[in-house]
Design a protein. Structure first.
Length: 155
């Protein structure tokens, strides 16, 4: 006799809350869709899950929305899943939090620009210093290349 598949109810609940269909959950655990529906009904009765269907995904590639550009939302996806007020509030809070960080980020950007300018000046200074040392060495080497017999002889 074969062993029956075991379903982790916590994972099933999380997958259903994330919008997975019962078929996707059933395939994940290797059970029937009806078995997952029993858990779904239990979660709905406990108040852990809303009594809604998962958003459908298009299967055929010949539909008009499949050939539409990716940056233009199709009518079916825009109107089929309305955003909840909680999601909109969360989105607004996130946006305002990001806006509050803008002055801090601008200050950091100015600091990095100043550090970059200082670094460029230092590189330029070191480059000039290196060039000066090179010229000095060249002059020294040229001055040391004296023809034999032209050394001043001390008398």
């Amino acid at each position: 006799m074969a062993r029956k598949p075991i379903v982790d109810r916590d994972i099933v609940l999380r997958m259903l809350q994330e919008g997975s269909s019962t078929q996707q959950v059933a395939e994940r655990f290797g059970v029937s869709r009806q078995a997952v529906d029993l858990h779904r009904k239990d979660f709905i009765n406990q108040g852990l899950l809303k009594n809604e269907r998962a958003a459908r995904k298009l299967r055929s590639s010949s539909s008009p929305s499949a050939t539409a550009p990716a940056d233009i939302p199709s009518k079916s996806t825009a109107s089929s899943v309305p955003a909840s007020i909680d999601d909109l509030i969360e989105l607004m809070i996130t946006a305002f939090t990001a806006l509050k960080r803008v002055p801090e980020l601008e200050t950091q950007l100015d600091q990095y620009k100043d550090a970059y300018k200082r670094t460029l000046k230092e590189v330029e200074r070191l480059s000039k210093e290196t060039e000066k040392r090179h010229d000095q060495e060249l002059r020294w080497n040229l001055s040391q290349q004296v023809e034999p017999g032209t050394w001043p002889i001390e008398e």
